[in-house]
Design a protein around this ligand. Sequence first.
Ligand SMILES: [Zn+2]
Length: 230
Amino acid sequence: MTPDCVVAVGAHPDDAEFFAGATLGNFAAKGAKVFVVICTDGARGGAEAGAALAELRRVEAERAALALGIRPPILLGRADGALEADEPLRRDLVRELRRLRPTLVLLHDPSTWWTPLRERTQLGHSDHRAAGQATLDALYPRLLLAGFYPELAAEGLSPWFAREAWLFDTAAPDHFVPVEEPGAAAKRGALSCHESQHVGGLLRGAAEIEEAFGKPLGVPAEAFRRLVLF
Ligand SMILES: [Zn+2]
């Protein structure tokens, strides 16, 4: 079943498409409204760290969203490498989730310290864990209860609930989505937009994960831990 509206929350400008690009692209191709919220500015993701890199990564993220066939990205602009699941971040996420009203939210698994792949181990990123934790904290209980952030209700952003949360970037997946067309090509196109990030490495890394987590299906897959909330 295709959800009406999907929001993916990523820590960095390339995370949502890296971990879930084919799934997001296929949801969009089937008519879902798909949005990506990017928590940090990505300013440390390269040799020339700083404001110029952040601006470049903003442009790359916008191109990637176009390539994926989704809406323009929503940028929260936190400092790369220093993300914390603090109250201001939770509130910003509740604001976007109340505005967009998704039925499905995709997010980093906040418990990922490392992920065993076939021949090596991928260490988790502190920004990824913080983005995942803040998103879970937004989904419950802050998104639901009018007692949180009455100033948002005054802006017309009333409480909302998402029916499901799918955790990507997880070492404990239980839900596997085959990487099928047209989302597969859209994902490769989106990853190729992140030219500041060594596109070849992104494509190889994504393929490695798809292969490792696709074993239960026998075909490349994106992997999630699926939480049915309501
Ligand atoms: Zn990242």
